[in-house]
Ligand binder design. Structure first.
Ligand SMILES: [Zn+2]
Length: 105
């Protein structure tokens, strides 16, 4: 393939042009476990887990609820608070990859 900035041939799987340093294509966003800002009920831990595991948020909350009660409430609450403290909150503005934007033209 060719660099879309300088037009020189570059490696097929290369993410950067070795000639001009241009970023070729959209690098896949690294998947990180983050607490959700928009989809939270308490601390966004369940929503963050759901996003990370590609599960439904409600399913994760129900699972968390049942696991919490099955384990005697306290461990589940401690785990939630630990997650709240340890898992970083997602940034206010997530970088949107160009490939994910709807084509309107
Ligand atoms: Zn280039």
């Amino acid at each position: 393939m060719y660099c879309n900035a300088c037009g020189k041939a570059i490696a097929e799987d290369g993410r950067f042009c070795s000639h001009c340093g241009n970023v070729v294509g959209i690098p896949p966003a690294p998947k990180r476990l983050m607490r959700s800002r928009v989809d939270r009920k308490i601390g966004g831990v369940c929503a963050g887990l759901a996003h990370y595991l590609d599960l439904d948020v409600s399913l994760v909350r129900i699972l968390w609820f049942f696991i919490t009660f099955a384990c005697g409430i306290f461990p589940g609450i401690v785990a939630y608070i630990l997650g709240w403290i340890i898992i970083p909150e997602e940034p206010l503005f997530l970088p949107v990859a160009a490939s994910q934007q709807p084509v309107t033209s």
